[in-house]
Write a protein that binds this ligand. Structure first.
Ligand SMILES: *[C@@H]1O[C@H](CO)[C@@H](O)[C@H](O)[C@H]1NC(C)=O
Ligand SMILES: *[C@@H]1O[C@H](CO)[C@@H](O)[C@H](O)[C@H]1NC(C)=O
Ligand SMILES: *[C@@H]1O[C@H](CO)[C@@H](O)[C@H](O)[C@H]1NC(C)=O
Ligand SMILES: *[C@@H]1O[C@H](CO)[C@@H](O)[C@H](O)[C@H]1NC(C)=O
Ligand SMILES: *[C@@H]1O[C@H](CO)[C@@H](O)[C@H](O)[C@H]1NC(C)=O
Ligand SMILES: *[C@@H]1O[C@H](CO)[C@@H](O)[C@H](O)[C@H]1NC(C)=O
Ligand SMILES: *[C@@H]1O[C@H](CO)[C@@H](O)[C@H](O)[C@H]1NC(C)=O
Ligand SMILES: *[C@@H]1O[C@H](CO)[C@@H](O)[C@H](O)[C@H]1NC(C)=O
Ligand SMILES: *[C@@H]1O[C@H](CO)[C@@H](O)[C@H](O)[C@H]1NC(C)=O
Length: 460
């Protein structure tokens, strides 16, 4: 009989060290997009104590805007924004540690900053891959969050026009994560929701969460709230927020299951679940709390007993789909339990596969060197040079063998680009170059020897 079905209970290892590591915001990048250069940067945000900086040195395009309405409701980072009227793709470039897991969060506040009452729709990309569609037509603000491991030491986050409206961004945040947490079979984890079960709380984030995850309170009328003022040991691999874990929901009807439902138009979604449990009620000697966990009727952890004042995280090792897009996560009291089930906090993510590989790194370095050498500043020369193909830099052609092979630059056409000086040595680093057009510029000096040594290159 299959009892575990790949979903495991993660035993808690004492790891106070994780908490200490992130306490000082080490490795955090917190950008207040569109912060005017006249204002101090960085500054300490009053609610969270996070140090926010201007985004000016992380992107080379866009303009700064300011929310006019409802200034009291928004904390400082959300009052200004950067908008991108020019170019199809505009990018931020962040330095990261290749191979490390990061939480990446972007927020988008429109609030009619432009007076046009026309919220934009655009696409968000991570490098050459689509991450999310941002749609501000029906809402004033929105956000996206992902747990992602960069494949190179810079992370490009791009806003890509889809239609005529102007992309905007308010904050961009990067938080290094513990490497053993949130491991997937493949792909990155896009946040679907992260809730803690409280009928009175407000959003929890840094410093009440070491990784600055945002925990949103959630409650339903058929539930009963339980809470504790005692300390709960949160020191497992996931280090969920203590303030979140101190609360839990139980069904008001003590014989009923605790049911968490969600749905998605996309029935192919591959979900990863992280359910955080701690016994926060003072149980008498004759009381027990034991329940079975199931997702859409399939049991995956039986039976489960929450630990007293210490967190356990139950997680899915492999992704789950929900039939018809309707998910039904149930905690069902077992026959020997005297108390109903409880749930303190739940994170649900969808796996997202980033299949398109970035352009060959040495080609990227070479073309960036050429850009710098000739002080070229073309609005569309941002993000990956070759992919996605519809956003390829003008003047380039590339060989895209298949998605998993890094594209190579095969054509460099810098005709009529106002180039002066000598022919850049970095051109020889484009080792797959077949066509080079430097005509109609004011280049001086000899044609360097390396050009004649490059096989299969035809020069204009
Ligand atoms: C991104 O930034 C890193 C370092 O900050 C730099 O080495 C790299 O060339 C930049 N990439 C782009 C595409 O500008
Ligand atoms: C957007 O914000 C305005 C005030 O700035 C408010 O009147 C309106 O109801 C909000 N719209 C939505 C969809 O929340
Ligand atoms: C633009 O949006 C439409 C509708 O959502 C979508 O089908 C299309 O793929 C998008 N285009 C790009 C370039 O993302
Ligand atoms: C547990 O014992 C107390 C008395 O000590 C009693 O009032 C209570 O009903 C008992 N609970 C159960 C579930 O047996
Ligand atoms: C809990 O799971 C066990 C093992 O599968 C099963 O025997 C038991 O009937 C389940 N209890 C309930 C209430 O579903
Ligand atoms: C649990 O109790 C129900 C009725 O209360 C009974 O139908 C079921 O067989 C019991 N299950 C076990 C595993 O004892
Ligand atoms: C371009 O590369 C050459 C070496 O090939 C180096 O000397 C030069 O400093 C680089 N220029 C820029 C702007 O990166
Ligand atoms: C380079 O681009 C120009 C137009 O932008 C075009 O006329 C020319 O043919 C191109 N050169 C090559 C070698 O394709
Ligand atoms: C080259 O430079 C000369 C003198 O500076 C100028 O007259 C000419 O227009 C330039 N040609 C190109 C193609 O930029």
């Amino acid at each position: 009989m299959e009892t575990c079905l790949g979903l495991l209970l993660v035993l808690i290892t004492l790891a106070i060290i994780h908490i200490v590591q992130s306490q000082d915001q080490q490795g955090f990048i917190s950008l207040d997009c569109g912060l005017p250069t006249t204002e101090p940067s960085p500054y300490k945000e009053t609610d969270t104590g996070l140090w926010f900086s201007s985004d000016a040195t992380f992107t080379r395009s866009g303009k700064t805007g300011r929310i006019k309405e409802n200034l009291e409701g928004n904390s400082k980072p959300y009052k200004t924004l950067r908008y991108f009227p020019d170019g199809l793709r505009n990018c931020y470039n962040l330095s990261v540690d290749k191979g490390r897991r990061y939480l990446v969060r972007a927020t988008f506040v429109y609030r009619n900053y432009d007076g046009l009452n026309n919220g934009p729709v655009f696409d968000l990309y991570l490098g050459p891959n689509p991450w999310a569609e941002i749609d501000l037509r029906q809402v004033n603000d929105t956000g996206e969050e992902i747990l992602h491991i960069p494949t190179s030491d810079s992370l490009q986050i791009c806003l890509v026009k889809n239609g005529t409206t102007t992309p905007v961004i308010s904050t961009l945040e990067l938080r290094p994560m513990e490497k053993d947490a949130y491991i997937t079979k493949s792909g990155s984890l896009k946040l679907f929701f992260r809730r803690y079960y409280s009928n009175s709380g407000s959003n929890i984030r840094y410093m009440r969460d070491v990784y600055d995850r945002t925990w949103v309170p959630f409650f339903m009328k058929e539930w009963k709230q339980i809470s504790t003022t005692l300390q709960v040991d949160i020191s497992n691999t996931y280090v969920p927020s203590q303030d979140a874990i101190k609360n839990a929901a139980t069904p008001a009807d003590t014989s009923a299951p605790l049911t968490i439902k969600w749905s998605s138009k996309n029935s192919d979604h591959q979900y990863y679940l992280y359910a955080h449990f701690a016994e926060i009620q003072d149980l008498q000697a004759n009381e027990t709390r034991e329940f079975n966990l199931s997702l859409n009727g399939v049991q995956f952890y039986v039976p489960f007993v929450p630990r007293k004042l210490a967190v356990f995280t139950v997680l899915s090792r492999s992704p789950r789909t929900c039939n018809g897009g309707e998910c039904n996560f149930q905690l069902i009291r077992t026959n020997r339990s005297t108390l109903p089930p409880l749930l303190n906090a739940l994170e649900v993510y969808t796996a997202i596969q980033f299949l398109q590989s970035q352009t060959d790194e040495s080609d990227v370095d070479a073309v960036k060197n050429i850009t710098a050498t000739y002080a070229l500043s073309r609005i569309n020369w941002q993000g990956d040079p070759c992919v996605p193909q519809q956003l390829r830099w003008d003047g380039l052609n590339c060989r895209n063998t298949d998605m998993s092979t890094p594209p190579r630059i095969t054509t460099l056409n810098l005709t009529s680009s106002g180039l002066t000086g000598t022919i850049a040595a970095a051109i020889q680093s484009l080792t797959q170059l077949e066509t080079l057009d430097l005509s109609n510029n004011n280049l001086t000096g000899e044609v360097p020897e390396f050009l004649s040594n490059m096989e299969s290159l035809s020069v204009m």
